[in-house]
Design a protein around this ligand. Structure first.
Ligand SMILES: NC(=O)c1ccc[n+]([C@@H]2O[C@H](COP(=O)([O-])OP(=O)(O)OC[C@H]3O[C@@H](n4cnc5c(N)ncnc54)[C@H](OP(=O)(O)O)[C@@H]3O)[C@@H](O)[C@H]2O)c1
Length: 241
């Protein structure tokens, strides 16, 4: 029986690349998404990977969704907390709603997904949790106080949980992508992208979603059993911790 991997936000962007790479590595993959039914349908048609719709910002929906995935596919061995949103604004203009939506999805979403998965992983003495943070959680970014706070929080969550999971055979790691060519980044004004962002990336280009997916496959593998609480920075040399 192949191991089951659940990828949040797994039907588009980086998450879709992660879902496909895990499938290619032999996992039975479940891809969660929030609301874009057309993208989810097209993704399932292309890959055969089942998609499941719920919001990671809703604890009860996560618990029910995880139960459904486990009933249909089997116990979750690998959880990839990838779902994320941006609501960018300079701080003096940021609304409480922009703050709350990003914290609820990008930070509390990790609690909501990991908490209902944790007991089963502890019982089975095996688990792999990979959290997709961001370069902007490491260095901060103007216009993203909400996003930077949430993504930095993801790293603290990763390190604390790694200590709790170690004796139970559960590893917890994070990946901090730099700028990757997904819809989230292509939504940035082209002039800003070409004149301000890409010149700051020493390798001179955006990253590819598959370059993040390969990091996930490694951290999910049995070969990575001695790696926990760590952060892989995949950012083209833009920022060193
Ligand atoms: N792109 C980058 O350069 C970059 C850099 C650093 C970090 N990251 C992080 O990498 C992750 C993926 O980013 P991306 O660029 O691939 O984003 P994306 O293309 O915008 O895709 C986001 C995915 O997350 C899902 N999602 C959003 N809110 C959700 C919620 N509340 N519940 C469940 N699913 C939800 C979306 O579902 P729908 O399809 O239903 O909308 C979609 O599948 C995010 O955590 C992001 O912060 C991205």
């Amino acid at each position: 029986m192949s191991k089951v991997a659940l990828v949040t936000g797994g039907s588009r962007g980086i998450g879709a690349a992660i879902s496909k790479a895990l499938q290619a590595a032999g996992y039975t993959v479940a891809a969660n998404y929030a609301g874009n039914d057309d993208a989810a349908r097209a993704f399932t048609e292309e890959t055969g990977i089942k998609t499941y719709k719920w919001s990671v910002a809703d604890y009860d929906a996560c618990a029910a969704g995880i139960k459904q995935v486990e009933a249909e596919l089997g116990p979750i061995a690998v959880l990839v907390n990838n779902a994320g949103i941006t609501r960018d604004s300079m701080f003096h203009k940021m609304t409480p709603q922009q703050w709350k939506e990003v914290i609820d999805t990008n930070l509390t979403g990790l609690f909501n997904m990991t908490h209902p998965t944790w007991a089963g992983m502890r019982d089975r003495k095996y688990g792999r949790i990979v959290n997709i943070s961001s370069i902007n959680g490491q260095k901060g970014q103007a216009g993203q106080a909400n996003y930077s706070a949430a993504k930095a929080g993801d790293l603290g969550f990763t390190k604390a949980l790694a200590q709790e999971g170690a004796r139970a055979g559960i590893t917890v790691n994070a990946i901090c992508p730099g700028y990757i060519g997904t819809e989230m980044v292509r939504a940035i004004d082209e002039k800003v992208l070409n004149e301000r962002i890409i010149p700051q990336i020493p390798v001179g280009r955006l990253g590819e979603p598959e370059e993040i997916a390969r990091c996930v496959v490694f951290l999910a593998s049995d070969d990575a059993g001695f790696i926990t609480g760590s952060t892989i920075s995949a950012n083209g040399g833009q920022f060193f911790v």
